[in-house]
Design a protein around this ligand. Structure first.
Ligand SMILES: [Zn+2]
Length: 408
């Protein structure tokens, strides 16, 4: 059963779902979402105009994640028009010519419309998304070269209700002795926020590199890295953000309803019995809207001691920065109580960073928001997000005073 292939019949001008092709009709375009991360709903088709919207799948609010493949039988310029607001970021859609392996924004110029056109070549599948999708296969491809690295271990945090593995990547000294510092990194509490995984790739590559500072960092540390907190949501192409009855990042109070959050809450206090030295949860903000959608920033926590440590880390990150995505002390921190960062925003349940900050002995916990498409007019790409990940690793080295430890 091909449940999500929609065929556009030029002669009939309407869309049908299923695999029953009409031989007499001229097929212009087939739209497919039957792959990891796929998501779209077709509303109607009028000529070469396709009207569509994200598939919310019972989400609690409107959201903007979508990802589909389009194949045309003929060379056609097709216009894709969204019937829901805010479905395209400032660089337009991302486009993949290789089945989702690599992505580029459609435009480098500023785009504020909610539609785009693309010249489809006959018989060639092109993938489109509001961001640059990153699913399990991408992570597996990334981590494979590190499989024999003595500091790397990949195991399972939990098995999801759909039977999928929630991966846990451990990076440790690799000498059989535990590292002194406990560092917990998470991404995809909200399934749609895929750009964070490119940042995570850069961070992991840096920590596992031969750079002397990075060797010292991993010799003194033990990392737990969870690349997909909502693994089912990522693979299914769910929105994830504002999932009902609450999403993964509101699942840290009461009894957790998701396996990944339950496992972290159960296992972390044992693993980090002397406290977490550093906990960072990676997010993307909304796709459009204003200053918090187009800048990288950290979210201040209510606990003033933790907030001071967040500032301290930010200062080290700024000092360590060498990549194109630079942070600063003015715009890269949203203190608790300012704008939307208030306790009202967390009324549905405690989030990761607040939970991590509450554990005995935690030094620093934070959320980092990394936009999908632009940071202060710089186009966000997988390449420069990886460099930001490298900068975060260097900032972490400085924040933990690793140089002091190794000099002694
Ligand atoms: Zn998020």
């Amino acid at each position: 059963m091909i449940k999500s292939i929609y065929i556009l019949f030029m002669t009939l001008g309407l869309a049908v779902s299923g695999c029953g092709l009409n031989d007499d009709s001229e097929i212009i375009i087939a739209i497919d979402t039957e792959f990891p991360g796929g998501n779209i709903k077709i509303d109607s088709i009028r000529g070469a105009e396709v009207y569509l919207r994200p598939d919310l799948r019972g989400n609690g609010t409107d959201w903007f994640y979508w990802y589909f493949a389009a194949t045309s039988a003929t060379n056609d310029s097709v216009k894709f028009i969204f019937n829901a607001p805010g479905c395209l970021g400032i660089r337009g859609p991302a486009v993949s010519l290789d089945g989702g392996l690599t992505w580029n924004w459609l435009t480098e110029s500023e785009m504020r419309a909610n539609e785009f056109s693309y010249l489809l070549e006959a018989g060639r599948e092109i993938r489109f998304s509001m961001g640059m999708p990153y699913v399990e296969a991408d992570f597996r491809r990334f981590i494979k070269p590190y499989a024999t690295h003595p500091s790397v271990r990949l195991d399972t945090l939990c098995i999801t209700p759909k039977g999928r593995v929630t991966e846990r990547l451990t990076i440790s000294p690799g000498t059989g002795r535990p590292g002194k510092h406990r560092i917990l990194l998470t991404a995809r509490h909200h399934a749609c926020e895929m750009m964070t995984n490119y940042l995570l790739e850069g961070l992991v590559s840096a920590v596992l590199s031969d750079d002397p500072q990075m060797i010292a960092l991993r010799n003194n540390s033990e990392f737990w890295i969870i690349p997909f907190m909502d693994k089912d949501g990522v693979e299914q192409g769910d929105q994830g953000k504002n999932r009902l009855p609450h999403d993964h990042n509101r699942d840290y109070s009461g009894e957790s309803i998701y396996c990944s959050t339950a496992a972290l809450r159960q296992q972390t206090p044992i693993w980090a019995s002397r406290g977490l030295d550093f906990a960072l949860d990676l997010h993307c903000p909304r796709l459009t809207g204003g200053k918090y959608e187009e800048t990288i920033y950290m979210l201040g926590l209510e606990d003033p001691d933790i907030q001071r440590q967040q500032y301290a880390f930010l200062r080290q990150l700024i000092a360590a920065g060498t990549g194109p995505l630079r942070l600063d002390t003015d715009t890269s921190f949203l203190p608790f109580g300012v704008s939307w960062n208030t306790s009202e925003n967390y009324s549905e349940g405690r989030n990761f960073s607040s939970w991590a900050a509450s554990l005995p002995g935690t030094r620093m916990a934070s959320t980092l928001e990394a936009p999908y498409a632009t940071h202060k007019n710089i186009t966000v790409t997988p390449q420069n997000l990886r460099l930001l990940g490298k900068d975060i690793a260097s900032g972490l080295y400085r924040f933990l005073n690793i140089g002091e430890h190794t000099a002694r």
